[in-house]
Design a protein around this ligand. Structure first.
Ligand SMILES: Nc1ncnc2c1ncn2[C@@H]1O[C@H](COP(=O)(O)OP(=O)(O)OP(=O)(O)O)[C@@H](O)[C@H]1O
Length: 375
């Protein structure tokens, strides 16, 4: 599905006018501080339930206001196959956040829903912004988030198991921190945690295999020497030749000393290695960035193969990627029929992105003081 309508109220500096987007490419440009990132942030808000730029909702609501709303209309996609002006909206998503009352209300097709996943499953939003490169350069948490986003969109039931697992982990941590360890209570938590962890890791592992296949295909097409010998491995968070319950029982004293759970899905990672060493130590900054882009493309490919359309938000990537890589990215996303939003300060150059090939259907917008005008 693709986001073809957006309307916000009290969202940063954005004007409240409704905007129609292409289910294919949308090129958004404007001066510094005009509101380009805010447009993408509002789209991200619908698909992720939060800002991809800041953690505090308060920062997103317009100055002097206490409540924001974002509405989105989705058409059934796939990008490039439809003329969106003819395409009816098939789903309506809404999110309202009252920052004073700390309340969020969610709506799908006019009906109130409780869980963010009800919104997210309709709009798989993938962000490529300057912070995304931490997927390779940063800690395991970023890679876990990267994998879990895909796992959720392949297998939406994952979010319930994930939440239950989080809850048991935090209860287990509390027990670990209690002065004298209650061994019988720990065993109860271990059994619950162990069962959830095995289920969670099975799903992660299955989806990781799909991802790895897609990634290797993307890599093969790129045919770049520097990726020779690159290895991607899923680490579930413990050595699965043993059950998690056994591993936990064998590390009781160590966990008690640290005061938190050291083994399990909360420690999962995608390990990226070349010649046995983490790529963050061997690849250049540019190569690490390309690797992240390829991983994002592979994510899009997994979902596209399942008939799902990803909405990619490319925020301010001109500063990070040279023109060759921007062209590669745009063309791959076009091939995968993703919906794409690209922001830039300069006037976009579709002739450069699609030189010598058929350009996708696109719309171009200029942003000034939070207002989008189509060109
Ligand atoms: N909560 C808010 N309420 C109102 N305006 C805000 C709020 N937060 C930020 N702004 C303003 O909104 C404007 C748009 O910011 P945004 O980051 O979207 O700009 P941009 O076009 O992406 O800029 P740049 O090219 O510099 O990254 C800025 O002028 C900013 O100061």
């Amino acid at each position: 599905m693709a986001l073809v309508k957006l309307q916000t109220q009290n969202f940063r500096n954005l004007a409240p006018d409704p905007i129609s987007f292409s289910p294919s490419f949308n090129l958004i440009y404007g001066a510094n501080g005009s509101g380009k990132s805010s447009v993408l942030e509002a789209i991200g808000y619908l698909g992720l339930g939060r800002s991809f730029r800041v953690t505090r909702h308060q920062a997103v609501v317009s100055h002097g206001q206490s409540k924001l709303t974002v509405f989105g209309g989705l058409d059934k996609g796939m990008a490039g196959t439809s003329d969106d002006s003819q395409e009816p909206v098939v789903h309506r998503l809404g999110i309202a956040r009252d920052v004073a009352a700390k309340e969020t209300s969610l709506r799908v097709d006019g009906e109130a829903v409780r869980s963010l996943s009800a919104l997210a499953m309709h709009l798989p939003v993938s962000v490529i912004d300057p912070g995304v490169f931490d997927i390779v350069a940063g800690g395991p948490g970023k890679r876990r988030q990267f994998l879990d986003w895909l796992v959720f969109h392949v297998e939406p039931s994952f979010s319930l198991t994930w939440q239950q697992c989080q809850r048991v982990t935090s209860q287990r941590n509390q027990t670990l921190r209690n002065g004298r360890l209650d061994e019988s209570l720990m065993r109860v938590w271990d059994n619950q945690f162990g069962a959830l962890a095995e289920t969670l890791s099975d799903i992660r592992e299955q989806v990781f295999r799909k991802f790895k296949t897609a990634f290797n295909e993307v890599l093969k097409e790129l045919d770049a020497g520097w990726t020779e010998g690159l290895k991607l491995e899923f680490y579930p968070g413990w050595d699965r030749s043993q059950s998690l319950v056994e591993v936990l029982a064998g590390h009781r004293e160590q966990e008690r000393r640290m005061g938190h759970t050291l083994y399990g899905p909360n420690r999962a990672d995608i390990r990226l290695k070349l010649g046995g060493r983490p790529v963050a130590e061997t690849f250049s900054r540019g190569q690490q960035k390309t690797l992240v882009i390829l991983m994002k493309i592979a994510q899009g490919k997994v979902l596209s193969d399942l008939g799902k359309q990803v909405t990619f938000l490319l925020d301010d990537i001109n500063a990070e990627l040279d023109v060759r890589h921007r062209i590669m990215l745009a063309r791959k996303l076009q091939e995968l029929r993703c919906q794409v939003f690209i922001t830039s300060i300069e006037h976009p150059e579709p002739d450069v992105l699609w030189a010598g090939v058929d350009a996708p259907e696109y719309r171009m917008f200029h942003v000034e003081h939070g207002k989008l005008t189509e060109e």
